[in-house]
Design a binder for this molecule. Sequence first.
Ligand SMILES: [Zn+2]
Length: 278
Amino acid sequence: MSDSGNRADVRPSQHDHCPECGTAVAGQWVSYRQNPDNPATLISHFGGIVTTGPAEPPPPTIPKPSVRDLEYPGDLGVFFHPSCAPRIKLPERTQDEIGKLLAEMIVASYERTIARWARVGQPSPGEGDPPRFRAQVASIQTRRVFTMTRDEWKRVRAHEGRLIELDIERTLADGVASAASAIARLAAECSVHTERIEVWRYSETARPRPETLEDYLVLENFARRLNLPMFLERTSTLDSPSLRKHLRDHVFLVKERPDQGRWEPKTRMHERIVFLKV
Ligand SMILES: [Zn+2]
């Protein structure tokens, strides 16, 4: 183990909110991460007072009534208050046992994904055209951010597990839509998402496999859980009623893992996909 080199840059910013209680993480904190040198190994980081940036109000001292078990992968890479941090069920917290536990969690997650997708029938191309929906997409700091109106998302949701076609336009580079995408991209780092979906790009010749799925975080009505002035500042965005309305009226799907290499959306694309709620 040589995680001491990484330890220095693992610390919450003023934008990090504890996913369990939703308040800022400023004093003591706990964060679990995968060891980049050995992804089957878990590293626990514990830290003290954060001195960078203006402080937010301290978290309430009411202890959480129940602490749950650590979940993979949602609980990795975020900052918890020590009293909110999910529990790692281990008799002794030796590094080897933590590593073994994470390996088991990854395998269990992989098997759950296979079981989930086994229930999805192979869409046959002879069934006629799949229903079509409209979305916009931007690439912001190596992650794709899809935007849909809340009504459109509601219609899409009704087709979970079935083949749909997305009619995708590139988000205009300036203006409210682009600024809102940048805020959603940043907010996705703070565990303010409401759910996670797996997306499979349809192929006539292949079946969905865990390694070909893409995970997206769904941010719906999330702005009220943000310290919005701080997010506006970080994304160099001017506050306006139209921006707030755009954030309220749309759902943002942020790709969980960064794109490898540069990806730029075309002006217009059509993609056939199947998605499942995780
Ligand atoms: Zn908390």
